[in-house]
Design a protein around this ligand. Structure first.
Ligand code: NAP
Ligand code: MG
Length: 478
């Protein structure tokens, strides 16, 4: 069994405690033993990142660009192996996993360009003979805490811009998916990343995650994960005035208008709700269908849902892989059973099923007739569950769609430009989609939510520099 340590200051450090990384498609398949690092190891990583930071910031931007470019190329070259590893540890299907890996490569390449595109500006002062420049400088040492559902692309979209702009990084990946983060560290190491610039420490969030967030020598924390942990991080960083970026949960609506292309609408619903086993912060969880097509849409959605093949992530026939672990499975089943117990609510699917291998398999669930007040429509489930309701018109659909604590993505399927435009204007979310699944896939545009879905500057694309740089205003008299 392979044993993996932490990567800090350019070397692999053995931890005393190790934990098995188990394949959710087959719990007899153990991917390796990974460090359950203690706070002392994390402290060492912070020291390494701190001492490497000034040198990294002083490098030519071309050096940073070249490193990120080599990392992007290496990820692409290894996409099948990395995707297989990711599918084994997280449970999404192999094509989904390879797609995620390729996206991580695109992100590194995009931010290779960003390293060279950092611009300031120059202007005259209102005082004669004085000029003013704005420049963007690195923030310093960035703590990166990531969830289990995108084991390589979320680390990529936080670490690549951090490094591009001259910061150094300590990545704390989710405990369930350490292998992809360690593989990323191996790639950065092989690509010639200087010691201390990029560090990965694996272990428990409640232990080293909390320690990282409250560490006095961290300048910024970027986090993707649950609302509960996000709120605790906001509180921990506020007292020290450390900048923080939080990407949290979603309860994303999809509106289907009577004039929609029905095939397209069903495709959007199935993809949005069930792909990646519904374990996406952008997953469609509430579907509002205009009354005239409500019944035909439900019939079509149920037929498609029942035809989906659930199984081992590496089986080419599989369309939906397992839930990530037993605890998450119990949580999702509990939510589904809560809905099933309601009067006048029907639940199709949503059963824990056996397959050829011993994995955490769950059939996708369609909930019919639960109102917005029901728990299934209020709190994030983070599993393959979609709840469908009928609505009278666009106005009612938008009001119901916005009736939530979250604000990540909202989608509409319609052939009316007027309806699409009105929806885009009134949807209270960070992302809107029209005739597409609820998702945020492009690496070059902003990603992030409103309300309880996100806090702080947006991620990705050119917007990433808001978080990973700080503006300096310089007045100069010649
Ligand atoms: P989580 O429990 O909040 O964990 C996220 C990360 O935080 C993990 O690395 C975790 O470590 C760490 N952590 C846990 N407790 C901590 C603490 N007290 N201090 C510091 N770090 C701590 O979330 P998850 O279960 O991994 O992921 C699912 C959640 O993420 C869902 O709610 C989903 O909506 C959200 N999500 C949001 C987005 C977005 O962009 N908006 C994207 C993906 C996922 P351990 O793994 O060791 O516990
Ligand atoms: Mg695992």
């Amino acid at each position: 069994m392979e044993r993996h340590g932490a990567y800090l200051n350019g070397v692999w450090v053995v931890a005393t405690e190790l934990v098995p990384n188990v394949n959710p498609s087959d719990v007899t398949d153990v991917i390796g033993l990974f460090a359950d690092a203690d706070q002392e190891l994390l402290d060492q990583a912070v020291v390494a990142a701190r001492s490497a930071q000034p040198g990294w910031a002083a490098q030519s931007p071309q050096v940073r660009a070249d490193l990120l470019d080599r990392v992007g190329a290496a990820i692409d070259a290894d996409a099948t192996a990395l995707g297989t590893l990711l599918a084994r540890e997280e449970g999404k299907t192999l094509p989904e996993a390879i797609g995620e890996v390729r996206r991580a490569a695109q992100i590194f390449r995009f931010h290779a360009g960003e390293a060279l595109r950092l611009v300031g500006d120059f202007q005259d002062s209102i005082r004669a003979g004085v000029s003013v420049t704005h420049v963007r400088e690195p923030v310093g040492v960035v703590g990166v805490i990531t969830p289990w559902n995108f084991p390589i692309s979320i680390p990529a979209w936080k670490c690549a811009p951090a490094l591009a702009h001259g910061n150094t990084v300590i990545l704390k990946p989710a405990e369930l998916v350490p292998a992809s983060a360690i593989a990323l560290a191996e790639i950065l190491d092989r690509a010639g990343c200087p010691p201390g610039v990029f560090n990965v420490v694996t272990g428990r969030g409640s232990n080293i995650g909390a320690h990282l967030v409250s560490h006095p020598d961290i300048d910024a924390v970027t986090f993707t994960g649950s609302e509960e942990v996000g709120v605790s991080i906001a509180a921990a960083t506020a007292g020290r005035l450390v900048r923080v970026q939080l990407e949290l949960g979603g309860k994303n609506p999809l509106v289907v208008m009577a004039d929609a292309d029905l095939d397209l609408a069903v495709d959007c619903a199935v993809d949005g709700a069930f792909m990646s086993t519904g374990q996406r912060c952008t997953a469609t969880s509430r579907i509002y269908v205009e009354e005239p097509i409500y019944q035909i849409f439900v019939d079509r959605l149920l037929a498609r849902t029942e035809s989906l093949r659930i199984g081992h992530a590496l089986d080419p026939a599989t369309q939906i892989g397992p839930v990530v672990d037993g605890r998450q499975l119990a949580h999702v089943v509990d939510r589904i059973e809560g809905a099933r117990a309601l009067t006048d609510v029907q639940v199709h699917g949503g059963r824990h099923v056996r397959a050829a291998t011993d994995g955490h398999f769950l059939t996708p669930a369609v909930v019919i007739g639960a109102g917005n007040e029901c728990e299934i429509n209020r709190s994030e489930t983070f599993g393959p569950v979609a709840s469908v309701q009928s609505v009278a018109d666009l106005d009612q659909a938008i009001k119901r769609a916005n009736d939530t604590a979250y604000g990540l993505v909202a989608g509409i399927c319609t052939s009316s430009l007027r309806a699409a435009t009105e929806f885009r204007r009134r949807a209270d979310t960070g992302i809107v989609t029209v005739n597409l699944p609820t998702a945020g896939v492009d690496p070059h545009v902003a990603f992030g939510g409103r309300k309880r879905s996100g806090f702080g500057p947006k991620e990705q694309g050119r917007y990433a520099q808001e978080f990973y740089t700080q503006v300096k205003t310089a007045y100069e008299r010649a």
